[in-house]
Design a protein around this ligand. Structure first.
Ligand SMILES: Nc1ncnc2c1ncn2[C@@H]1O[C@H](COP(=O)(O)OP(=O)(O)OP(=O)(O)O)[C@@H](O)[C@H]1O
Ligand SMILES: [Mg+2]
Length: 511
């Protein structure tokens, strides 16, 4: 199979922009720019190659290994698979010494690389899956280069090209099998989750995609992005984090907007860590992406039907409806797709639940229009219960591509019109977030409900922003650590306050 994916050699005058290892010393990524066209950037994967003799031996070796080793599903369940493989290979090599007469001992490491790649890994795209800089991998059909979405260069072609229908179909079947699902001519469209947590969507053969099988992978981040990282990257300000912390503490709802890949789910996830530790949270998703530190958390995931009649299918709508009987404090719907699930979510936030979700939209107005139009048909009076709308955009700053929360707005009704009270707005000239939080309607609302002064709540937002900044200065970025600080602040605020404002509180206590 591996040989049916070609690594095309780049031609022309190419300038190397950067080169980094993916799996030393076997696979490297080089980013090149075509100087003739003055711009075209390409991702060039260099993988160690097998010469024709080695290829023959490798094929034979795989055949033997397939006969002698447990199937890959079993293998991947074992702890140290790599070592196990290495040992087994040594045994096999010992037993089939004849086979290795024509290859030098150095070939052995290469065989092991390919074996790991093809039997345990993602085959021809395995090296791409190892690249932390890649967000998406997509294949548009046979004979066309696989594209990647690179953190620094956006969408660029690679030199990896599936050369035959068979090779591409095999890869798609392999990927879907690894996800524990099934794809066939009868059900040629499948969404699934790869073993590492990545999301994959495929179309099989030429059933619905005349150019051959396709796949799109949204790569999973091993460590979810945290709010301290978002502040460090400048995606949000510490004050925005402080604001969300107080809002979620008080059960407010929010909806994250942006285009595909803007970072909606990542933002949602980072903010959800602010929810009080013992709240009952239910997440409803098509593919499990959300990751929470909370113990009282029920994760629900939709089920696709296997037959053509869709009788066994369980949709977002079915699940969101079911959650209402499960009394969640927070209902998180991974993404509003524009069906009945949106209606039920808005019903939920209008009947005393708190809700969080994301939706594709280019602006607040576009989002409101979509929500109120068919098929969602949400009555305007329902919309303000989704208290906060957040807009995320990919922007270029100093030639570099990055993400910014460009606006945080509080929804309210003005007569029969939906309006937004901007509490934070990104300023592109200074690349900072302007704050209008003192005019927050929700702070006023929380004050009315809790009896706390508006000033006191604003001070609390400021205190929590300072805690976030302190965490930043102390290098607390990791998901578990960040969550522990938030949870400790809920259960034992003095401990955190002492840590962060130690000296201040000493001064206060002596005065
Ligand atoms: N602030 C960020 N900094 C760096 N990388 C980010 C950031 N936000 C998101 N990403 C990365 O960008 C990719 C897309 O992010 P995410 O899934 O959150 O986007 P999305 O808007 O929910 O996309 P979709 O519309 O497909 O659901 C992921 O690989 C994620 O790790
Ligand atoms: Mg998303």
């Amino acid at each position: 199979m591996s040989l049916d994916f070609q690594l095309i050699k780049p031609v022309g005058q190419l300038k190397e922009l950067e080169r980094y290892p993916l799996y030393e010393p076997f696979a490297y990524a080089t980013i090149v720019q075509d100087e003739r066209t003055g711009g075209d950037i390409m991702y060039y994967l260099e993988e160690i190659t097998l010469d024709p003799i080695e290829q023959q031996v490798y094929k034979e070796l795989v055949r033997i290994v397939m006969l002698e080793l447990p199937p890959p599903e079993e293998l991947t369940k074992m702890g140290d698979v790599k070592n196990y493989l290495l040992n087994e290979l040594k045994k096999i090599v010992g037993r089939y010494r004849r086979l290795f007469r024509n290859v030098p001992p150095s070939s052995f490491a290469k065989f092991l690389y390919y074996m790991e790649r093809d039997l345990l890994g993602y085959g021809p795209i395995d090296a791409l899956m190892r690249d932390e800089n890649i967000e998406d991998i997509s294949c548009d059909g046979v004979g066309r280069p696989i594209y990647v979405f690179h953190r620094r260069y956006e969408s660029i072609p690679t030199n990896i090209v599936p050369m035959t229908d068979q090779a591409l179909d095999d890869l798609v079947v392999k990927l879907i099998h690894m996800s524990g699902r099934h794809v066939s001519v009868a059900t040629p469209i499948v969404d699934a989750q790869l073993p590492d947590g990545s999301r994959i969507a495929v179309t099989y053969r030429r059933e619905v995609s005349p150019g051959g099988s396709t796949f799109t992978i949204r790569k999973f981040r091993k460590n979810p992005l945290t709010f301290t990282e978002l502040v460090r990257f400048g995606n949000i300000s510490a004050e925005i984090a402080g604001y969300f912390w107080v809002m979620l503490d008080n059960g407010r709802s929010f909806l994250v907007l942006g285009v595909t890949g803007a970072g909606k789910t990542s933002f949602l996830n980072a903010m959800a860590t602010f929810i009080r530790p013992h709240m009952k949270i239910i997440t409803v998703e098509e593919v499990p992406e959300i990751n929470l530190p909370h113990k009282n958390w029920v994760r629900l995931v939709t089920r696709q039907s296997y037959g053509t009649e869709k009788i066994n299918e369980i949709t977002l709508f079915d699940l969101v409806k079911a959650t209402l009987r499960m009394r969640p404090d927070y209902l998180i719907v991974g993404e509003i797709r524009g069906g009945e699930e949106a209606y039920v979510l808005f019903q939920a936030v209008n009947t005393g639940h708190s809700g969080i979700s994301t939706m594709h939209a280019e602006s607040f107005e576009a989002a409101v229009n979509r929500l109120m139009s068919p098929p969602m048909n949400i009555p305007p009076a329902y919309i303000p219960a989704m208290n906060i709308f957040v807009m995320i955009k990919r922007v270029k700053i100093g030639g570099k591509l990055t993400r910014r929360v460009t606006e945080v707005g509080e929804v309210y009704m003005d007569g029969d019109k939906i309006r937004f009270n901007t509490v934070f707005r990104w300023n592109p000239r200074t690349d900072t977030h302007d704050s209008f939080v003192e005019k927050s309607i929700l702070v006023k609302q929380i004050s009315d409900m809790t009896g706390k002064d508006v000033d006191e709540i604003l001070r609390e937002i400021d205190t929590r922003a300072k805690i976030v900044n302190w965490m930043l200065e102390n290098g607390i970025f990791n998901f578990e650590d960040v969550s522990t600080y938030v949870q400790t602040y809920y259960t034992n605020p003095d401990k955190i306050l002492n840590q962060v404002f130690g000296k201040v509180s000493e001064v206060e206590s002596t005065t």
